[in-house]
Design a protein around this ligand. Structure first.
Ligand code: FMN
Length: 194
């Protein structure tokens, strides 16, 4: 299994999700790449925690088309920004048009996560906005649905586990649910790619 995890983040919560997925994928024996996208510039005073995040992510490589072409399984994690995926993540997704033209994006197994500050701040729509592009890729979307009790405690978003997160951290514990979604996606991918 080759897994690429692409995250967008201004203040670190989606990096945290990416790390949980990375850990779970490695436990399942996958080769894993964790990659960030190039973020838009937001004034620091409007995005508390940005400087701490940027330092934490300093050594993480920026995602490239080769990271997408390499993987059979893809995870995306994005903050909700005014109701959709971040512009930075959208920019990255659009940048894969060369792979799309070569037919290299079809049949990638994908799953997505999102965070927002509020409990109803756009997480579901952020996940769905990623999945809309994935349908155009011909990717195979693996949502968590309600396949495990652990999902209920994480808010029960069946599209992709999501959390409410601000400068005080996550308002509910979503780690086990993120790990479940990661495992389920990789298990499906193993069946499809064996
Ligand atoms: C430009 C911008 C727009 C945002 N829009 C919303 C929003 O509409 N609703 C919401 O609840 N949070 C919104 N947020 C907050 C982020 O979604 C939230 O803090 C998220 O958990 C950040 O994830 P990160 O730490 O990985 O950057 C916005 C943040 C920014 C910078």
């Amino acid at each position: 299994m080759k897994v690429t995890i692409v995250f967008s983040s201004g203040t670190g919560h989606n990096l945290e999700i990416a790390r949980w997925v990375e850990d779970e994928a490695k436990k399942m024996g996958a080769e894993v790449r964790v990659r960030k996208v190039d973020e838009l510039s937001i004034p620091a005073e409007l995005n508390p925690g940005q400087a701490i995040y940027q330092e934490a992510a300093r050594n993480i490589e920026v995602a490239s088309p080769e990271d997408i072409a390499w993987a059979d399984t893809l995870f995306f994690s994005t903050p909700a920004r005014f109701g959709t995926l971040s512009a930075a993540m959208k920019n990255f997704i659009e940048s894969q048009v060369g792979l799309w033209a070569q037919g290299q994006l079809a049949n990638k197994v994908v799953s997505a996560f999102a965070t927002a500050q509020n409990s109803h701040g756009g997480q579901e729509q952020a996940v769905l906005s990623i999945y809309t592009s994935m349908m155009h890729w011909g990717a195979i979307i693996v949502p968590p649905g309600y396949t495990n009790d652990v999902l209920y405690g994480a808010g029960g978003n069946p599209y992709g586990v999501s959390g409410s997160a601000d400068r005080n951290g996550f308002s509910q514990d979503i780690e086990d649910a993120v790990r479940h979604q990661a495992r389920r996606t990789i298990e499906v991918s193993k069946k499809l790619n064996s």
